[in-house]
Write a protein that binds this ligand. Structure first.
Ligand code: SAH
Ligand code: SF4
Length: 367
């Protein structure tokens, strides 16, 4: 029987587990701090814990971090790690340094089942959800590999749930992992510096605002349902109007007073100036910012990024409409670490790749 992985637990859960093995709860705090603050992956390292307890824990539990299989550094300082989460599957995690902040982009699933057409992860197919320990394990490894800056501060100041997978499709594990990221006996992130990005799984978004409200980014990517239905199939289930309603409900509990709308710029698909005008009207009653993302290409994607000029024209319309609108810098390009390029190694259970290989993109281009 495999041992319990203590990395899967939030602090209250670890306390309950300790109670269940007749140990005091304050011991759970010590062990939790050892794992997450000091990066311990074994009980021997925990020198202020009695040897008898360490031996007992060794019998029933373990601290199982994913296996680090590769580390790639880009010329702009971006670092990408591939982590093996079982014999068949690998996920990717990316660190993006930027002036006074360091952002870690964390994966939530092996692949993704949502099939957004412009996303390399979506094209890979889906294998399984990550466990809380596999999600937190990415932050654990990144901290370990990066070390601290000369002042002794941690280099990771922000975490974005924007790696492989749809975090709200793996709700329970993602919320557990985020609680550990926020805990001051662990990674001590502030709620404003932990961002969850979703393509819009409305029921889960409604739960999140009560269970673990963090900063919210929504992958909008279209100004009307006709376009969004095609490029983000989940829009057929949760259309734009309902998604915006859910964003308004979320804002009532959010640590930030705005939602970030992400908008990937796809040439000839969603980047016409009329689309920008449509967005200005669409988002009128909601406190939001826009982040325009140049499309990051991958083989056989069937899409091109909008030109620089077109992105600037689009941005100007949104700005004149009253919205703070930024254009995301593309980082880590030389190691395929940019948004939507993460692929890891997914043993697809959905036969998605076969389907994509035979699909035609003519329809998308005509929108
Ligand atoms: N599943 C979540 C989070 C992971 S994707 C979501 O969809 O929001 C993180 C971001 O990268 C999303 O905004 C996604 O739409 C965007 N993205 C996906 N593929 C991309 C690509 N090829 N180029 C640029 N951005 C992309
Ligand atoms: Fe999944 Fe997000 Fe990619 Fe869509 S964009 S396929 S939801 S990871």
């Amino acid at each position: 029987m495999s041992k319990i992985n203590l990395l899967d637990f939030t602090l209250p859960e670890l306390g309950e587990y300790f109670a269940s093995i007749n140990e005091q709860k304050f011991r759970a705090v010590q062990v939790y701090r050892w794992m997450h603050i000091y990066g311990a992956d074994n009980f021997e390292a925990m020198t202020d814990i009695a040897k008898t307890l360490r031996a007992k824990l060794n019998e029933v539990a373990e601290i199982r971090v994913p296996i680090l299989v590769s580390e790639n550094k880009a010329s702009d300082g971006v670092v990408k790690w591939a982590l093996e989460v079982d014999n068949h599957n690998k996920i990717e995690t990316v660190f993006i340094p930027d002036n006074d902040r360091g952002t870690l982009c964390v994966s939530s699933q092996v692949g993704c089942a949502l099939e957004c057409q412009f996303c390399s992860t979506g094209r890979q197919g889906f294998n399984r959800n990550l466990t809380p320990g596999e999600i937190v394990g990415q932050l654990w490894w990144a901290n370990k590999r990066l070390g601290r800056d000369p002042k002794g501060e941690k280099l990771i100041t922000n975490v974005v749930m924007m790696g492989m997978g749809e975090p709200l499709a793996n709700y329970t594990s993602v919320v557990a992992a985020m609680k550990t990221m926020l805990d001051d006996n662990a990674y001590n992130l502030s709620k404003k510096k932990l961002t969850l990005s979703t393509s819009g799984v409305i029921p889960a978004l409604d739960r999140l605002k009560d269970d673990c409200p963090v900063a919210l980014a929504v992958s909008l990517h279209a100004s009307n349902d006709a376009v969004r239905d095609v490029i983000i199939p989940i829009n057929k289930k949760y259309p734009i109007k309902e998604l915006l309603e859910a964003c308004r409900r979320y804002l009532a509990k959010s640590p930030k007073d705005y939602v970030t709308f992400e908008y990937v710029m796809l040439e000839g698909v969603n980047d016409k100036l009329e689309h920008a005008h449509e967005l200005v009207e669409l988002a009128r009653d909601i406190s939001c910012k826009f982040n325009l993302i140049p499309f990051n290409p991958f083989p056989n994607s069937g899409f091109n990024s909008s030109s620089r000029n077109q992105i600037v024209r689009f941005q100007k319309i949104l700005q004149e409409g009253g919205y703070i609108t930024t254009v995301r810098k593309t980082r880590g390009e030389d190691i395929d670490a940019a948004c939507g390029q993460l692929v890891g190694k997914v043993k697809d259970k959905t036969k998605r790749q076969e389907k994509w290989n035979t699909r035609s993109f003519g329809v998308i281009k005509q929108i």
